[in-house]
Each structure stands twice: as structure tokens, then as C-alpha cells.
Design a protein around this ligand. Structure first.
Ligand code: G3P
Length: 218
């Protein structure tokens, strides 16, 4: 499974990527607006903070505007993965960008229908929003399981990237149903990668015994 960090915070990105845990980073306009620097300064800073793909979302609801922003971002750095919300105008932008081989992450996905359309048009990643699906009364597990089945059965190359993961147990649930990517907030990332007390205890006791053994054999 690939673990992406859902954050526009340079410090969090540096922290988890230096440890070697981060396959990529996803951002959204809300996260970016909460940072002290605007996108012109922030995006280059984020790119400098780690060396993998950085997903940056276009804003607005007009296909031309989305395409224009996407092309500018991709020109700035081909490590930028373009996030496009799956509204009808977004589908058209996905189709256009896919033909130009500009990688797209189709975002704000709630239904299998949206995943099927975006994947068929050439999106590379599809991001279903677990928490927001549940808020809408959608059974997120059943819906995402169905998305994965449809992508597999259609032989589509797009990969699911589960987003809005508010509980670490969902990560394994996603892994079980074949979802290959998750994007996690720094808080969830921290929780998922933290040591188990039992393992810390076992490791301490291996170390203690080894040190005792070294003392005896010295
Ligand atoms: O980046 C989009 C999505 O992952 C945000 O989810 O639950 O942190 O609002 P959430």
C-alpha cells in the first residue's frame, strides 16, 4: 500500500518524508489557504520539502479555467499531480489532460459512477472521501469495494486513493478490499506509524539481554 500525506504543512511533510514513510503528498485549496504563504511561494516550498509527487487541486467550475491552471502547475514542475473535482466540467478537463499525458487525481469522489467515468477518461488516481461519504449516508466501504471491483473488471489502470480517513482501522479495511493508496492527515499518519507498547517492551528486553550478554562475555 502507498501512504500519502494529506497536508500542505512543510514541517509535517519534512518530518514524515525524512523518516521515509511518505510516497506522495496531497493538498487541497482549504489546506493551502490556511498556510502563511500564498500558493506562489508555498508550492515551490512543498516541492522542496520532499522528492515525490505533489497533488495540487485546481479551483472553479469551468473546464477552460481548470485546464489553464493544470497546465501552469504541470509546467511549473512535472512532479505536480493535478487534482480535479469530478463535476461534469471536471470530467472534460480530465479527458483533455489525459490526452496530453498530464497525470490527474480525480477528487471529491462519492459514487462508483464518478470513479468509472474518471478512470475511463484516463485519470491516474481516484480519491473517494470516506468521511464525507458516510456523512451523506453512503456506505463508504461497500461503495469503495464496488469502485475497486469495477476498475478491476474493466481493466482500468486508475488506482484508488482513499481520502478523508478519520480512523486508522479504515486503512486495513481499504487494504483488504484491494485499495492501493491512502492519503492521511498528519494526525492519522502519526497514529498509524506509532510503536505498539508490546513491541517497544519486546525490543527493550532484547536490548537489555544483549547488553547483559556483552557484559558477561567481556
Ligand atoms: O484532501 C481532501 C480530503 O482528504 C480532506 O479530508 O477528512 O481531512 O477533511 P478531511
Amino acid at each position: 500500500m502507498q501512504f500519502w500525506l494529506d497536508s500542505a504543512d512543510v514541517r509535517s511533510i519534512k518530518r514524515f518524508s525524512t523518516a521515509g514513510f511518505v510516497h506522495g503528498v496531497t493538498t487541497n485549496p482549504i489546506m493551502i489557504s490556511k498556510q502563511s504563504h500564498g500558493p506562489e511561494i508555498l508550492i515551490p516550498e512543498l516541492l522542496k520539502a520532499f522528492d515525490g509527487p505533489l497533488a495540487v487541486q485546481v479551483v472553479g467550475d469551468m473546464t477552460d479555467g481548470m485546464i489553464h491552471q493544470a497546465e501552469k502547475l504541470y509546467e511549473l514542475n512535472p512532479r505536480i499531480l493535478i487534482k480535479i473535482p469530478v463535476i461534469t466540467e471536471g470530467y472534460a478537463a480530465i479527458a483533455y489532460l489525459a490526452k496530453k499525458n498530464i497525470p490527474v487525481l480525480a477528487t471529491a469522489v462519492f459514487k462508483t459512477q464518478q470513479a468509472l467515468i474518471a478512470a475511463s477518461l484516463g485519470a491516474q488516481y481516484i480519491a473517494p472521501y470516506i468521511h464525507y461519504m458516510e456523512e451523506q449516508g453512503i456506505n463508504s466501504l461497500r461503495e469503495i469495494e464496488n469502485m475497486q471491483l469495477v476498475l478491476d473488471n474493466q481493466g482500468l489502470e486508475a488506482e484508488l486513493m482513499a481520502a478523508s480517513v478519520r480512523n486508522i482501522t479504515l486503512i486495513e479495511t481499504m487494504a483488504e478490499i484491494g485499495v492501493s493508496h491512502v492519503t492521511l492527515s498528519p494526525e492519522i499518519f502519526e497514529q498509524y506509524f506509532s510503536s505498539f507498547a508490546e513491541t517497544v517492551y519486546a525490543n527493550d528486553s532484547f536490548t537489555k539481554h544483549w547488553l547483559e550478554y556483552l557484559e558477561i562475555s567481556a
